[in-house]
Design a binder for this molecule. Structure first.
Ligand code: ZN
Length: 51
């Protein structure tokens, strides 16, 4: 059995662990945040669990 092991990263804003996605194939190395929302939140130091 082969298990495809996709690379994953952990979003520094929300701490969410997200996997490689096909749409990120060409820019995976540049992907840091799990979503556009988190990318915009990078400015503020997010320590709130309740986001
Ligand atoms: Zn995030």
């Amino acid at each position: 059995m082969k298990k495809s092991q996709l690379p994953h990263k952990v979003c520094p804003v929300c701490g969410f662990s997200f996997n490689w996605r096909k749409k990120w194939a060409s820019q995976w190395e540049q992907i840091v945040y799990c979503s556009e929302r988190c990318r915009r939140n990078k400015r503020s130091k997010v320590l709130n669990v309740d986001g």
